[in-house]
Design a protein around this ligand. Structure first.
Ligand SMILES: Nc1ncnc2c1ncn2[C@@H]1O[C@H](COP(=O)(O)OP(=O)(O)OP(=O)(O)O)[C@@H](O)[C@H]1O
Length: 566
């Protein structure tokens, strides 16, 4: 793709030179227009909207354009050659001569005039407006010829003096084009980096608004909303508080009547201050509530489904998915119900988080907050037949409402009250999550997947299991299903020094498992080993139910998960 350059010449005499240079620069797509100061700014704004990549202009016009657009703006410099040319041109004029300009021009001009003994006085100005004061004085002092930029020349003419424009030559114009190309490459790579970061922030569920001190938007990323989700007044109020206190954190109702958590802080970059606001659906803040776990499911859950039983279960979900929002997962402990919940959530293709609620442990007021949030999938575990009246009422009114919203509620078992509650039973999809004994065909792949996982995380050696070894596993009873199998495979691979698991190794580890279960030498080994033995014992007593185990041990589910995966 060619770099699209808009050249805004502040004076018409520049046009032929630019046209000439343009002919030699086929690698750039150059447009040329004439416009000084505000006119130049208008052209630049239009060029930005039309998708130009870089703007070239000169002096005061370039400066004004820089403030008005976010494209790179290259300034055509005035070179020593340009000064030499204008001084040579003016040399033979008989009037008293003055060159007026900013110091970047006047310092060089003074040296040239001194060295070559040109009869010209040099006057420096600090800002553009100084010209208005200086020129009448020069007129009074008898100057007749004024050399300078567009404004200076116009001002000189107004006061009846001759004005000669300090023009940029070919060298300066060529060099501005090569700078434009470089600037574009640099600007492009920065834009790509920002885009990459923006995409990553979206992956982290970020909703971000960055404003400058004037309150103008500098950058924004929206992953859960389409734009600023709160009212203009609420945002103004937050800005005021932020300026006053340096940071702000509040729950604010969104324009759609939900609640959003806004956190704001000041960021200082290169002497400029910015106001940074992050907006999170309050789902993010649910993680610290007891009995609640918030999960990000950004990869398709790996559900092994070689067996007919598993395929049947997945088919029930796939076929009901677009018409149904209420699911019950019936299955033995550790059979993969949570994994199914993740699968259902992932299928919805919403970027929101999956909220897992331990119905028993979760407080009424927390449940109320969750149900009134923007949550898209709720997985309710440990829902008993007799919840408190308040919880039941909350759930009832929520379930009546879900029909018209894209919300999915999944239960890990079917409490009696749910059946009574759901007036139209066709709305409820029941999925039988098969136990391990119903899905023998999946066994080898499951074991291989776990072996790979442990090889990746712990560096365990085995990478293959013999078919006879799988048969031994298949003949074993696994009351706690895939979870129990996974835990056994972990012990197995960590104790194996070869690359292949043989049947005799599985047999000996299984008998060790049995005798260990009978003995349970609780207090042997290091603290870590004792801790993991205690956790595993409680886990087993609780039928491998992680929520109940966590509750009994007084830790939350994610801590338990971490400890189990140590
Ligand atoms: N079909 C499958 N493919 C891959 N992994 C599986 C499959 N089924 C279960 N697992 C794995 O087995 C373990 C236990 O599964 P999960 O936690 O989903 O069981 P659960 O039925 O929800 O347990 P609980 O009864 O405690 O609620 C997890 O590590 C899960 O990833």
């Amino acid at each position: 793709m060619k770099v699209k350059v808009m050249f805004i010449a502040p004076y018409a005499a520049m046009v032929p030179l630019v046209e000439e240079c343009k002919a030699d620069l086929a690698e750039l797509d150059i447009s040329l227009e004439v416009g000084n100061l505000q006119d130049g700014v208008e052209i630049a704004k239009r060029a930005e909207a039309e998708g130009y990549h870089v703007i070239i202009s000169r002096g005061g016009t370039a400066k004004m354009i820089r403030h008005a657009v976010s494209l790179p703006v290259v300034d055509v410099h005035i070179t020593g050659y340009d000064i030499l040319r204008i001084l040579t041109l003016a040399k033979d004029f008989s009037e008293k001569k003055a060159l007026v300009g900013f110091t970047n021009i006047t310092l060089g001009a003074q040296s040239i005039a001194d060295v070559l003994d040109y009869p010209v006085d040099v006057y420096s100005i600090q800002q553009a407006d100084d010209v208005k004061e200086l020129l009448p004085k020069l007129k009074e002092d008898g100057y007749g010829l004024i050399l300078g930029d567009v404004i200076t020349v116009e001002e000189a003419n107004r006061h009846g003096m001759e004005g000669v424009l300090l023009q940029s030559g070919r060298e300066a114009i060529y060099s501005s084009f090569s700078k434009a190309e470089q600037q574009y490459v640099y600007h492009r790579s920065n834009l790509d980096r920002i885009e990459l970061l923006t995409q990553r922030l979206k992956g982290y569920q970020e909703n971000l608004l960055i404003l400058n001190q004037k309150g103008h938007v500098v950058h924004e990323v929206w992953s859960s909303f389409e734009g600023v989700p709160i009212s203009v007044e609420a945002l103004e109020d937050l800005k005021e508080k932020l300026q006053l206190h340096g940071s702000v954190s509040e729950f604010i109702p969104t324009l759609r009547g939900k609640e959003v958590e806004v956190f704001g802080y000041m960021a200082n970059v290169d002497r400029s201050s910015y106001m940074v606001f992050t907006f999170s659906l309050n789902i993010n803040s649910f993680n610290h509530l007891s009995g609640v776990e918030v999960k990000m499911v950004n990869q398709k859950p790996k559900v092994i489904h070689k067996s007919d039983a598993m395929n049947r279960a997945l088919k029930v979900i796939d076929q009901s998915f677009y018409q149904h929002q209420l699911y019950v997962l019936n299955g033995d402990p550790g059979s993969g119900k949570s994994l199914f919940a993740e699968y259902i959530h992932y299928k919805s293709q919403v970027s929101d988080l999956l909220v897992v609620v331990d119905f028993n442990q979760c407080k009424v007021e927390d449940l109320k907050r969750i149900l009134s949030s923007n949550v898209k999938t709720i997985y309710c575990q440990n829902v008993d037949d007799h919840p408190s009246e308040n919880k039941l009422e909350l759930m009832k009114s929520f379930l009546y409402r879900i029909m018209d919203q894209q919300v999915r509620v999944i239960f890990s078992s079917k409490p009696a009250w749910l059946y009574e509650l759901v007036f139209d039973h066709e709305r409820l999809v029941e999925v039988h999550v098969p136990s391990l004994r119903e899905r023998e065909e999946d066994l080898k792949e499951l074991v291989t997947m776990f072996m790979t996982e442990f090889n990746q995380s712990f560096g365990s050696l085995p990478i293959r299991i013999k078919d006879e070894a799988v048969k031994v596993l298949a003949n074993q009873d696994w009351p706690y299903n895939v979870r129990e199998l996974k835990s056994f495979i972990k012990t197995l691979v960590l104790s194996e020094k070869g690359y292949v698991i043989e049947a005799h190794k599985v047999k000996s580890m299984l008998s060790e498992k049995k005798s260990q279960e009978a003995r349970m030498p609780m207090l042997e080994g290091t603290l870590d080993e004792i801790e993991s033995r205690v956790i595993e014992a409680v886990l087993e007593e609780e039928n491998f139910n992680q929520s109940k185990t966590a509750k009994r041990l007084g830790i939350n589910r994610s801590t338990l998960w971490r400890k189990l995966n140590k």
